[in-house]
Write a new protein. Structure first.
Length: 147
């Protein structure tokens, strides 16, 4: 083999390796962009949900948000919420939310029997009103804040 054919094969290998690196970098950057976009969307929905819950129930001291889920289409968003009220009553349930909701009385409460389910709804119904004070929030990304 002469020198020129060796140089050509090295150039070809260099081009292939360079393209592979560029492609891998592009895929990585796209996945990172997608993740941050998902986190921004979740935070937007979580802030909106907290405002709606504060407009729906009185005496909320703390809200923990977990397991956010967004479907496309049609674009439904839901999460698990754990609410601590000022009378130290806690309730955990799954709630769907839309960004245009000002109040939110929806949800799927936990319970194995009709009585357990009704008791959970009674807790929520007994706290209907409005919370005007700051509430401690634990967002789904484990950040803590106040709203």
């Amino acid at each position: 083999m002469n020198n020129s054919s060796i140089k050509k094969s090295h150039k070809w290998i260099l081009i292939v390796v360079s393209l592979a690196i560029i492609t891998a970098g592009g895929v990585f950057m796209f996945s990172m962009f997608g993740k941050s976009q998902e986190e921004r969307r979740n935070r937007e929905y979580e802030v909106s949900l907290v405002n709606a819950l504060k407009n729906s129930y009185e005496g909320i001291e703390e809200i923990k948000i977990s397991n956010p889920e967004y479907t496309t289409p049609p674009g439904d968003w839901s999460c698990d919420v754990n609410i601590l009220f000022s009378d130290k009553v806690k309730i955990e349930y799954r709630v769907g939310h839309s960004l245009n909701e000002v109040e939110n009385y929806n949800g799927f409460v936990n319970g194995k029997t009709n009585k357990e389910i009704n008791d959970q709804w009674e807790i929520l119904n007994s706290h209907k009103g409005k919370t005007t004070s700051l509430v401690t929030i634990y967002y789904s990304d484990n950040e803590k804040g106040e709203q």
